[in-house]
Write a protein that binds this ligand. Structure first.
Ligand code: AMP
Length: 415
């Protein structure tokens, strides 16, 4: 028997209310803040991701779905949403528009990860990008969008973790301080961290091994090594978050898994579980557009995992509103009645009433049972007598009450 590939899943009709609920809240919040939708292709030139995410990251080293097409092009299924949006910004000259350009997407993401609860090989992300301004007010707005989005879903007990990891100017000194610190404890590091120390020392700060965590807690902090401009940027961001009444915690171990971040980084987590189950995160990427061949353009954004939202909605006992479904079922007895049923269903649908028709040669009892499981409000029954008198029987499925109604008045009675 064939199965969906490991780490992927089908979204069956019973799960769809959650997906539509989340999508609708995302669209609403984006309209409220003036973010417009962008959809990019499912795959891109592999180089776009390798250059921006960074060769030393887990995503590029181990997780990308990269393949060569029949024309010899090296392509990668989208492993994150930001670089494609930046590629589109440059390609379509969006820097000519008033800045910042504010965009959002809801899209599948592909990463070859080890599947577990909340971690899949295909998952969906809702993301926002605000491109073209370095003002910390824009950082505050982007964080506000993410924060209010979760609130609009009804999710509670979330924590916002915040950090600043500096810029091209101040980062090198900080990395030197980090390396000097860790050099003293080299023997105590896990094997992964020993490698990371040479290639990507920031990542030592978010190692999940208890020994490394203890060392990370006492490691030098990026916020103590910021240049005056980055320090001022971070101070103003914190002030604006205060104005917006968004509670945050400065977490000096927050660095994120992609190399392109500069200055602001943030994550939103369920209070109970912490970083293992991060709902979403993001930050500034002031050098990314230049890296892709555009003009220097400051920007930031976030991405939120939709499957993780659903896990948390369920955990918090929040259900999604049901999706609209036909409220009328048409049952019939005999072939002549079937002809009438087909005609009647067509007429009702044309008038905008959703209808489910009985299909096949089932007994009336079986048809009513089907109507029951479909949870419709009304069942219309057509038999020989009804054909002769141009009427139908209208059954209220909640009370079981039945009455005979002229076909011409059915629409009115259903209202
Ligand atoms: P990232 O691009 O890694 O910062 O991911 C952004 C968000 O997407 C995370 O906070 C998660 O909610 C979600 N996410 C990331 N990777 C996965 C995955 N493999 N499976 C499910 N959700 C994921």
């Amino acid at each position: 028997m064939y199965q969906a590939p490991r780490g992927t899943s089908d979204i069956l009709p019973e799960e769809q209310p959650f997906w539509r609920y989340i999508e609708q809240k995302a669209v609403n919040i984006c309209q409220l803040y003036g973010y417009e939708r962008i959809d990019s292709p499912a795959f891109e030139d592999a180089d776009i991701f390798i250059r921006t995410i960074g060769e030393e990251t887990d995503i590029v080293e181990k997780e990308m779905y990269t393949f060569e097409d029949r024309g010899g092009n090296k392509l990668t299924l989208r492993p994150e949403g930001t670089a494609p949006v930046c590629r589109a910004y440059i390609e379509h000259g969006l820097h000519n528009l008033p800045q910042p350009v504010k965009l959002y997407y809801i899209t599948p993401i592909f990463r070859y990860e080890r599947p577990q609860a909340g971690r899949y090989r295909q998952h969906y992300q809702f993301g926002c990008e605000a491109i073209g301004d370095a003002d910390p007010a824009l950082d505050a707005e982007v964080i506000d969008v993410a924060w209010r989005f979760f609130a609009s879903l009804g999710l509670r007990q979330l924590s916002l973790q915040l950090n600043s990891i500096g810029c091209k100017q101040c980062r090198p000194q900080y990395l030197t301080a980090l390396k000097d610190y860790y050099a003293k404890y080299h023997r105590d590091l896990c094997p992964d961290c020993k490698t990371r120390l040479k290639r990507n020392p920031l990542r030592l700060l978010d190692c999940k091994k208890p020994g490394c965590q203890q060392l990370a807690n006492l490691a030098p902090k990026s916020i103590d090594h910021l240049c005056p401009q980055c320090a001022e940027h971070f101070d103003r961001l914190k002030r604006y978050l205060g104005l917006l009444e968004i509670p945050f915690e400065v977490n000096h171990r927050l660095v994120r898994g992609l190399d392109y971040y500069t200055r602001t980084v943030f994550e939103i987590q369920p209070e109970a579980e912490g970083a293992q189950n991060t709902l979403g995160g993001g930050g500034r990427y002031d050098d990314l557009i230049e890296e892709l061949g555009g003009k220097p353009t400051p920007a930031l954004g976030f991405a939120i995992g939709i499957e993780r939202i659903i896990l948390n909605l369920k955990k918090q006992g929040i259900s999604a509103p049901p999706l609209p479904q036909p409220q009328v079922f048409i049952a019939y007895i005999g072939d002549d009645a079937r002809v009438e049923a087909i005609k009647l269903a067509a007429r009702l649908r044309q008038a905008g009433t959703g209808v489910i028709e009985a299909i096949g040669n089932k007994s009336l009892k079986a048809q009513l049972r089907q109507a029951n499981t479909l949870n419709v409000r009304h069942t219309v029954i057509i038999g020989e007598d009804e054909i002769k008198t141009s009427t139908v029987i209208l059954r209220d499925m909640t009370t079981g009450e039945q009455k005979t109604v002229p076909v011409s008045e059915l629409s009115e009675s259903l209202k």
